[in-house]
Design a binder for this molecule. Structure first.
Ligand code: FMN
Length: 196
């Protein structure tokens, strides 16, 4: 019996040391724990939690610090159902109970060819939201809208977005059932050192 307890304790310590060695700090641990969550308990997400996620989104870098983003946070059940109706790959928002629609605001974007930086800016904000959700024990998944015009039109019509506002994605946010696990996508073949 004593040996069993000792063995279990040693295993636990070894696991802790291994995890520590893999992820030297909290940020790395969150980055490597993040996963797309599509199965939710249905438990509500508080407004405070949504504000925390939105603050994380707005902390993202953006070209020339234009911050060409605007966010629509949706918690109303009927609106979530209407959004999901014509979005076959975004049905999870209904059970999640909340979503954040990350949009580019063209009235705040750069002009000319640089205008397209809005996509990178809003993507950086989106990833911040996903990571913040993971760090708070929430589940989230990015669902792509732009550049698919039918999806953009649908979101625009349900949420009443002005023409200058383009929905890049819908991020479902909710309490995870705990089914999904992070994938290890590290692949040496994707790396070129110094030169191609
Ligand atoms: C641009 C983009 C569009 C995506 N669209 C969808 C989508 O419509 N529905 C969905 O369930 N997941 C969507 N995802 C999530 C991906 O399927 C997911 O990130 C990928 O399978 C890797 O899994 P992981 O996020 O758990 O690492 C999208 C992700 C990105 C970045």
């Amino acid at each position: 019996m004593k040996n069993k307890i000792l063995l279990t304790a040693c295993c636990l310590i070894a696991c802790a040391v291994f995890i520590d060695a893999c992820y030297a700090n909290d940020a790395l641990s969150v980055i490597h724990s993040r996963k797309s969550v599509r199965q939710y308990t249905g438990e509500k997400v508080s407004r405070d939690d949504l504000v925390t996620l939105l603050k994380a989104g707005m902390a993202a870098p953006s070209a020339v610090n234009k911050q060409p983003w605007v966010f629509v946070a949706v918690t109303d059940g009927a609106t979530l159902v209407r959004l999901a109706e014509k979005l076959p790959y975004t049905k999870m928002i209904v059970k999640a109970g909340a979503c954040i629609v990350v949009c580019g605001d063209m009235s705040k974007a750069l002009s000319g060819a640089e205008r397209e930086f809005w996509i990178q800016d809003c993507s950086a904000a989106s990833e911040n939201i996903l990571l913040a959700a993971e760090s708070m024990g929430l589940g989230a998944v990015w669902s792509g809208m732009y550049p698919l015009q039918d999806r953009v039109d649908h979101v625009r019509s349900v949420l009443g977005l002005p023409d200058t506002v383009i929905p890049l994605n819908i991020i479902a946010v909710g309490r995870p059932q705990g089914v999904e696990k992070p994938q290890n996508k590290f692949n040496e073949a994707n790396i070129h050192w110094e030169k191609w």
